[in-house]
Design a protein around this ligand. Sequence first.
Ligand code: NAP
Length: 292
Amino acid sequence: MRVAFLGLGIMGRPMAANLVKAGNEVAVWNRTPGKQVEGARVAQSPADAASGAEVVWMCVSDTKAVESVLFGPQGVESTIGAGAIVVDSSTISPSAEHQFAERLRAKGVEYVDAPVTGSKVAAENGSLIFMAGGEEAVLAKLEPLFKAMGKQVFRMGETSKGQAAKLVMNLQIALIFEGFAEALTLATKLGVNVESLLPLIQASMVKSGVVEYKAPFILRRDFTPNFPLRLMLKDIHLALDAAKEARVKLPALETVEEIYEMAAEEGHQDLDYAATLTLLEKWAGVEVKGAA
Ligand code: NAP
Protein backbone atom coordinates (compact mmCIF):
# COMPACT_ATOMS: atom_id res chain seq x y z
CA MET A 1 0.00 0.00 0.00
CA ARG A 2 1.06 3.62 -0.41
CA VAL A 3 1.49 4.83 3.17
CA ALA A 4 2.50 8.21 4.58
CA PHE A 5 3.99 7.93 8.08
CA LEU A 6 4.14 11.13 10.12
CA GLY A 7 6.25 11.36 13.28
CA LEU A 8 9.55 9.49 13.64
CA GLY A 9 9.96 9.51 17.42
CA ILE A 10 10.72 6.57 19.74
CA MET A 11 7.63 4.74 18.46
CA GLY A 12 7.03 6.12 14.97
CA ARG A 13 10.41 5.40 13.49
CA PRO A 14 10.43 1.62 14.14
CA MET A 15 6.74 1.42 13.16
CA ALA A 16 7.50 3.05 9.81
CA ALA A 17 10.52 0.77 9.37
CA ASN A 18 8.30 -2.27 9.84
CA LEU A 19 5.88 -0.96 7.19
CA VAL A 20 8.79 -0.68 4.74
CA LYS A 21 9.99 -4.17 5.68
CA ALA A 22 6.53 -5.55 4.89
CA GLY A 23 6.79 -4.24 1.32
CA ASN A 24 4.71 -1.05 1.50
CA GLU A 25 5.59 2.11 -0.42
CA VAL A 26 6.26 4.50 2.46
CA ALA A 27 6.80 8.26 2.60
CA VAL A 28 7.95 9.56 6.00
CA TRP A 29 7.86 13.03 7.52
CA ASN A 30 9.14 14.37 10.83
CA ARG A 31 8.79 17.91 12.18
CA THR A 32 12.50 18.20 12.92
CA PRO A 33 14.31 17.34 9.71
CA GLY A 34 17.14 14.83 9.58
CA LYS A 35 15.23 11.72 10.66
CA GLN A 36 14.71 9.03 8.07
CA VAL A 37 13.83 5.39 7.58
CA GLU A 38 15.79 3.19 5.18
CA GLY A 39 13.77 2.42 2.06
CA ALA A 40 11.25 5.24 2.62
CA ARG A 41 10.92 8.55 0.75
CA VAL A 42 11.52 11.57 3.01
CA ALA A 43 8.65 14.01 2.46
CA GLN A 44 8.99 17.78 2.91
CA SER A 45 5.70 18.30 4.76
CA PRO A 46 2.64 16.35 5.97
CA ALA A 47 0.87 17.57 2.80
CA ASP A 48 3.68 16.24 0.61
CA ALA A 49 3.62 12.86 2.39
CA ALA A 50 -0.18 12.58 2.20
CA SER A 51 -0.37 13.42 -1.50
CA GLY A 52 -1.41 10.22 -3.32
CA ALA A 53 -1.28 8.11 -0.12
CA GLU A 54 -3.92 5.44 0.50
CA VAL A 55 -3.23 5.57 4.22
CA VAL A 56 -1.80 8.38 6.37
CA TRP A 57 -0.52 7.04 9.69
CA MET A 58 0.44 9.41 12.53
CA CYS A 59 2.43 8.86 15.70
CA VAL A 60 3.20 12.24 17.26
CA SER A 61 3.30 13.51 20.84
CA ASP A 62 -0.03 15.01 21.74
CA THR A 63 -3.36 16.54 20.71
CA LYS A 64 -1.84 19.83 19.50
CA ALA A 65 0.73 17.97 17.40
CA VAL A 66 -1.98 15.90 15.69
CA GLU A 67 -4.05 19.02 15.02
CA SER A 68 -1.10 20.81 13.48
CA VAL A 69 -0.07 17.82 11.33
CA LEU A 70 -3.61 17.45 10.01
CA PHE A 71 -4.83 21.03 9.73
CA GLY A 72 -1.81 23.34 10.12
CA PRO A 73 0.10 24.97 7.28
CA GLN A 74 1.13 22.25 4.80
CA GLY A 75 -1.13 19.89 6.71
CA VAL A 76 -2.57 16.55 5.60
CA GLU A 77 -6.00 18.09 4.91
CA SER A 78 -4.69 20.13 2.00
CA THR A 79 -3.70 17.16 -0.18
CA ILE A 80 -5.39 14.02 1.11
CA GLY A 81 -7.76 12.41 -1.38
CA ALA A 82 -11.31 11.17 -0.80
CA GLY A 83 -11.32 7.47 0.08
CA ALA A 84 -7.96 7.64 1.86
CA ILE A 85 -7.72 6.51 5.49
CA VAL A 86 -6.14 8.52 8.32
CA VAL A 87 -4.93 6.47 11.28
CA ASP A 88 -3.76 8.04 14.54
CA SER A 89 -1.48 6.01 16.81
CA SER A 90 -0.62 9.00 19.01
CA THR A 91 -2.28 9.08 22.43
CA ILE A 92 -4.51 12.15 22.47
CA SER A 93 -7.81 13.50 23.79
CA PRO A 94 -10.76 11.28 22.74
CA SER A 95 -13.06 14.29 22.24
CA ALA A 96 -10.50 16.10 20.06
CA GLU A 97 -9.98 12.92 18.03
CA HIS A 98 -13.72 12.77 17.43
CA GLN A 99 -13.69 16.36 16.08
CA PHE A 100 -10.68 15.73 13.83
CA ALA A 101 -12.43 12.66 12.39
CA GLU A 102 -15.64 14.61 11.69
CA ARG A 103 -13.69 17.35 9.92
CA LEU A 104 -11.91 14.89 7.60
CA ARG A 105 -14.97 12.71 7.03
CA ALA A 106 -16.63 15.79 5.51
CA LYS A 107 -13.96 15.45 2.77
CA GLY A 108 -14.70 11.75 2.21
CA VAL A 109 -11.70 10.60 4.26
CA GLU A 110 -12.01 7.58 6.61
CA TYR A 111 -10.61 8.01 10.13
CA VAL A 112 -9.41 5.47 12.66
CA ASP A 113 -7.82 6.05 16.05
CA ALA A 114 -5.39 3.26 16.87
CA PRO A 115 -3.22 4.09 19.88
CA VAL A 116 -0.80 1.42 20.98
CA THR A 117 0.31 -0.38 24.06
CA GLY A 118 3.77 -1.87 24.21
CA SER A 119 6.85 0.27 24.37
CA LYS A 120 9.90 0.92 22.22
CA VAL A 121 10.86 -2.77 22.15
CA ALA A 122 7.40 -3.84 20.91
CA ALA A 123 7.50 -1.11 18.25
CA GLU A 124 10.88 -2.42 17.09
CA ASN A 125 9.96 -6.09 16.93
CA GLY A 126 6.47 -5.53 15.50
CA SER A 127 4.58 -6.80 18.53
CA LEU A 128 2.52 -3.73 19.46
CA ILE A 129 -1.06 -4.09 20.60
CA PHE A 130 -3.47 -1.66 18.94
CA MET A 131 -6.78 -0.51 20.45
CA ALA A 132 -8.77 0.81 17.56
CA GLY A 133 -11.84 2.98 17.08
CA GLY A 134 -13.49 2.99 13.67
CA GLU A 135 -15.69 1.08 11.28
CA GLU A 136 -15.04 -2.65 10.96
CA ALA A 137 -14.76 -2.48 7.17
CA VAL A 138 -12.10 0.22 7.41
CA LEU A 139 -10.16 -1.74 10.03
CA ALA A 140 -10.28 -4.78 7.73
CA LYS A 141 -8.60 -2.76 4.94
CA LEU A 142 -5.83 -1.83 7.39
CA GLU A 143 -5.19 -5.41 8.51
CA PRO A 144 -1.92 -5.91 6.55
CA LEU A 145 -0.51 -2.70 8.04
CA PHE A 146 -1.58 -3.62 11.58
CA LYS A 147 0.08 -7.03 11.06
CA ALA A 148 3.33 -5.41 9.95
CA MET A 149 3.59 -3.39 13.17
CA GLY A 150 1.74 -5.35 15.81
CA LYS A 151 0.51 -8.66 17.11
CA GLN A 152 -3.09 -7.83 18.03
CA VAL A 153 -5.83 -5.33 17.27
CA PHE A 154 -8.73 -4.81 19.65
CA ARG A 155 -11.69 -2.91 18.20
CA MET A 156 -13.11 -0.78 21.01
CA GLY A 157 -16.03 0.78 19.08
CA GLU A 158 -16.47 3.89 16.94
CA THR A 159 -13.71 6.44 16.26
CA SER A 160 -12.26 7.91 19.52
CA LYS A 161 -13.03 4.80 21.59
CA GLY A 162 -9.46 3.57 20.97
CA GLN A 163 -8.22 6.72 22.71
CA ALA A 164 -10.67 6.27 25.57
CA ALA A 165 -9.43 2.69 26.05
CA LYS A 166 -5.81 3.84 25.89
CA LEU A 167 -6.35 6.33 28.74
CA VAL A 168 -7.93 3.57 30.80
CA MET A 169 -4.88 1.37 30.09
CA ASN A 170 -2.28 4.00 30.99
CA LEU A 171 -4.16 4.95 34.13
CA GLN A 172 -3.55 1.36 35.28
CA ILE A 173 0.11 1.32 34.23
CA ALA A 174 0.75 4.54 36.17
CA LEU A 175 -0.97 3.19 39.29
CA ILE A 176 0.65 -0.26 39.08
CA PHE A 177 4.09 1.27 38.63
CA GLU A 178 3.48 3.64 41.55
CA GLY A 179 2.58 0.65 43.74
CA PHE A 180 5.74 -1.15 42.62
CA ALA A 181 7.92 1.93 43.22
CA GLU A 182 6.47 2.49 46.69
CA ALA A 183 6.97 -1.21 47.50
CA LEU A 184 10.62 -1.06 46.40
CA THR A 185 11.26 2.07 48.44
CA LEU A 186 9.75 0.66 51.62
CA ALA A 187 11.46 -2.72 51.06
CA THR A 188 14.86 -1.02 50.81
CA LYS A 189 14.18 1.03 53.94
CA LEU A 190 13.15 -2.12 55.83
CA GLY A 191 16.31 -3.90 54.73
CA VAL A 192 14.72 -6.30 52.22
CA ASN A 193 16.97 -6.97 49.24
CA VAL A 194 15.20 -5.86 46.07
CA GLU A 195 16.74 -8.64 43.97
CA SER A 196 15.24 -11.21 46.37
CA LEU A 197 11.89 -9.42 46.36
CA LEU A 198 11.40 -9.51 42.58
CA PRO A 199 11.05 -13.31 42.18
CA LEU A 200 8.63 -13.32 45.15
CA ILE A 201 6.47 -10.66 43.50
CA GLN A 202 6.43 -12.52 40.20
CA ALA A 203 5.60 -15.89 41.86
CA SER A 204 2.63 -14.39 43.67
CA MET A 205 -0.71 -12.85 42.69
CA VAL A 206 0.99 -9.42 42.74
CA LYS A 207 2.77 -10.49 39.54
CA SER A 208 2.53 -7.99 36.69
CA GLY A 209 3.71 -7.24 33.19
CA VAL A 210 4.70 -3.76 34.35
CA VAL A 211 7.09 -5.26 36.93
CA GLU A 212 8.44 -7.77 34.41
CA TYR A 213 9.21 -5.02 31.88
CA LYS A 214 10.53 -2.37 34.26
CA ALA A 215 12.50 -4.40 36.86
CA PRO A 216 15.61 -5.06 34.70
CA PHE A 217 15.90 -1.34 33.90
CA ILE A 218 15.51 -0.40 37.56
CA LEU A 219 18.12 -2.93 38.71
CA ARG A 220 20.56 -1.37 36.21
CA ARG A 221 19.42 2.14 37.31
CA ASP A 222 18.78 2.75 33.60
CA PHE A 223 16.20 5.52 33.20
CA THR A 224 16.80 6.24 29.51
CA PRO A 225 13.32 6.82 28.07
CA ASN A 226 11.33 3.92 26.71
CA PHE A 227 8.20 5.86 27.60
CA PRO A 228 9.23 9.38 28.63
CA LEU A 229 7.83 10.70 31.91
CA ARG A 230 6.50 13.81 30.09
CA LEU A 231 4.33 11.57 27.89
CA MET A 232 2.99 9.52 30.81
CA LEU A 233 2.18 12.81 32.58
CA LYS A 234 0.34 13.96 29.42
CA ASP A 235 -1.71 10.73 29.52
CA ILE A 236 -2.47 11.20 33.23
CA HIS A 237 -3.72 14.72 32.44
CA LEU A 238 -5.83 13.33 29.55
CA ALA A 239 -7.34 10.64 31.77
CA LEU A 240 -8.17 13.16 34.50
CA ASP A 241 -9.71 15.54 31.92
CA ALA A 242 -11.83 12.70 30.50
CA ALA A 243 -12.84 11.69 34.04
CA LYS A 244 -13.88 15.28 34.80
CA GLU A 245 -16.02 15.39 31.64
CA ALA A 246 -17.61 12.08 32.65
CA ARG A 247 -18.01 13.16 36.32
CA VAL A 248 -15.80 10.38 37.63
CA LYS A 249 -13.49 10.87 40.62
CA LEU A 250 -10.03 9.24 40.40
CA PRO A 251 -8.34 10.06 43.73
CA ALA A 252 -5.33 7.73 43.38
CA LEU A 253 -4.54 9.06 39.91
CA GLU A 254 -4.76 12.64 41.21
CA THR A 255 -2.06 11.83 43.76
CA VAL A 256 0.11 10.14 41.14
CA GLU A 257 -0.32 13.22 38.92
CA GLU A 258 1.24 15.35 41.70
CA ILE A 259 4.20 12.97 41.99
CA TYR A 260 4.81 13.10 38.22
CA GLU A 261 4.56 16.89 38.25
CA MET A 262 7.14 17.10 41.02
CA ALA A 263 9.42 14.67 39.15
CA ALA A 264 9.07 16.81 36.01
CA GLU A 265 9.93 19.95 38.04
CA GLU A 266 13.07 18.16 39.25
CA GLY A 267 14.14 17.86 35.60
CA HIS A 268 13.21 14.20 35.02
CA GLN A 269 10.64 14.87 32.29
CA ASP A 270 12.74 13.40 29.48
CA LEU A 271 13.76 10.30 31.46
CA ASP A 272 11.60 7.19 31.54
CA TYR A 273 8.56 7.45 33.83
CA ALA A 274 10.28 4.83 36.03
CA ALA A 275 12.43 7.73 37.24
CA THR A 276 9.53 8.72 39.54
CA LEU A 277 11.01 6.01 41.80
CA THR A 278 13.99 8.28 42.46
CA LEU A 279 11.70 10.90 43.98
CA LEU A 280 10.28 8.38 46.48
CA GLU A 281 13.82 7.25 47.29
CA LYS A 282 14.87 10.84 47.87
CA TRP A 283 11.94 11.50 50.21
CA ALA A 284 12.74 8.29 52.09
CA GLY A 285 16.45 9.11 52.31
CA VAL A 286 17.33 5.91 50.44
CA GLU A 287 20.92 6.00 49.18
CA VAL A 288 21.16 4.39 45.74
CA LYS A 289 24.19 4.31 43.45
CA GLY A 290 23.55 5.83 40.01
CA ALA A 291 20.24 7.48 41.01
CA ALA A 292 18.80 9.71 38.27
P1 NAP B 1 8.62 10.97 21.02
O1 NAP B 1 9.79 10.06 20.87
O2 NAP B 1 8.70 12.12 21.92
O3 NAP B 1 8.24 11.48 19.54
C1 NAP B 1 7.24 12.44 19.35
C2 NAP B 1 7.08 12.71 17.88
O4 NAP B 1 6.07 13.73 17.73
C3 NAP B 1 8.35 13.26 17.22
O5 NAP B 1 8.42 12.78 15.89
C4 NAP B 1 8.10 14.78 17.26
O6 NAP B 1 8.81 15.48 16.29
C5 NAP B 1 6.61 14.79 16.97
N1 NAP B 1 5.98 16.07 17.35
C6 NAP B 1 5.88 16.63 18.57
N2 NAP B 1 5.22 17.79 18.53
C7 NAP B 1 4.89 17.98 17.22
C8 NAP B 1 4.19 19.00 16.53
N3 NAP B 1 3.70 20.07 17.16
N4 NAP B 1 4.00 18.84 15.20
C9 NAP B 1 4.50 17.77 14.55
N5 NAP B 1 5.18 16.77 15.14
C10 NAP B 1 5.37 16.88 16.47
O7 NAP B 1 7.32 10.17 21.44
P2 NAP B 1 6.95 8.61 21.25
O8 NAP B 1 7.43 7.87 22.43
O9 NAP B 1 7.33 8.16 19.89
O10 NAP B 1 5.35 8.70 21.40
C11 NAP B 1 4.51 9.08 20.33
C12 NAP B 1 3.06 8.88 20.77
O11 NAP B 1 2.85 7.50 21.10
C13 NAP B 1 2.69 9.69 22.02
O12 NAP B 1 1.37 10.15 21.92
C14 NAP B 1 2.82 8.66 23.14
O13 NAP B 1 2.01 8.99 24.24
C15 NAP B 1 2.38 7.39 22.44
N6 NAP B 1 2.93 6.15 23.02
C16 NAP B 1 4.25 6.05 23.35
C17 NAP B 1 4.73 4.87 23.91
C18 NAP B 1 6.17 4.71 24.32
O14 NAP B 1 6.45 3.73 25.04
N7 NAP B 1 7.08 5.57 23.93
C19 NAP B 1 3.87 3.78 24.11
C20 NAP B 1 2.53 3.90 23.74
C21 NAP B 1 2.07 5.09 23.20
P3 NAP B 1 10.26 16.13 16.61
O15 NAP B 1 11.27 15.05 16.28
O16 NAP B 1 10.33 17.30 15.71
O17 NAP B 1 10.27 16.51 18.07
